[in-house]
Design a protein around this ligand. Sequence first.
Ligand code: F6R
Length: 361
Amino acid sequence: DKSGYKHFMAKEIAEQPSVLADALRAYLDGDTIRLGADIDFARIERLTMVACGTAYYACLTAKYWFETLAGLPVEADIASEFRYREPPLTPGTAALFVSQSGETADTLAALRYCKGRADRVLSVVNVAESSIARESDVALPIHAGVEIGVASTKAFTCQLNVLLLLALKAAVDRGRMTEAELAATLGELRGLPGVINAALDRDETVAMAARAIAEARDVLFLGRGLMYPLALEGALKLKEISYVHAEAYASGELKHGPIALIDKTVPVVVMAPRDRLFDKTVSNMQEVMARGGRVLLITDAAGAAEAGGDVWRTIVLPEVAPVLTPILYALPAQLLAYHAAVAKGTDVDQPRNLAKSVTVE
Ligand code: F6R
């Protein structure tokens, strides 16, 4: 039942504030993170994260969180590569698998490879009765509710939510964050569903930009730091439902090749809150604009003010703590793809050639 929405994807995008709030209620007891199992990150020396598609981009985002907040080294890999490379797992390694369906064949095979080789097998899943959940030592549910649209939306932000809680717990366990700092961050996280509601209000600005994007043949997405995995997710979402060719690059890679693609026909979506890397991104943006590229900047008010006037379009989001930006910036990435697909008249919920659950490799 689409509850009055035109597509399941639109409904699932709109549900994000409430499902994120549900998940926080499930995992937080006051300012204590309760995982329902004893995981002591002080005893974990290295984390190997494995997934496919959007779930892999959640892992890439979490790598930044675990490494920066908790000083925990993380390897994030695509399941189909990991499983056949047969990587050695050194003692002290925990393996963490992320999957909405819990049935993705490559992710499940990678999990089975890690059993008996990793100290602990953890998973972050939406379907609690799935194979991946059953075969893990600890399965952490994301509480997104049933996701019907083939393009993952609320499952992605709910995966990020649980992975951030894990990274915060790791930061405390490993003595990198005080209880007071944790409480402050959790306070901001509790406010995020309300902030996302405000971001959803900017839907019409995004829809206008999306209608222009829908006309392009190729689109580039750029981001640095935490916004790099988000750029990858934005490009994946756009290509899978609107069939517009999109690629993402880490902003710093631009001049190592992709800048050759830039001309006035190529819109460049730049995801960049006003953070410590913003100035570097502005200079990448200027390189794009100097070659006639049209920049769609997704930023906050401070970023919009500093970006200068040559930007083609700007989507201004509320300001949030830097650590929370991936969850918030997922929204415009999803909406851009959604409205581009609607403008093109594609089958939003059932894009061609794709299945919701990929149980064969
Ligand atoms: C993209 C998408 C896919 C899945 C991938 C993994 O919108 O939905 O890339 O993320 O097939 O699926 P799960 O999470 O079920 O393992």
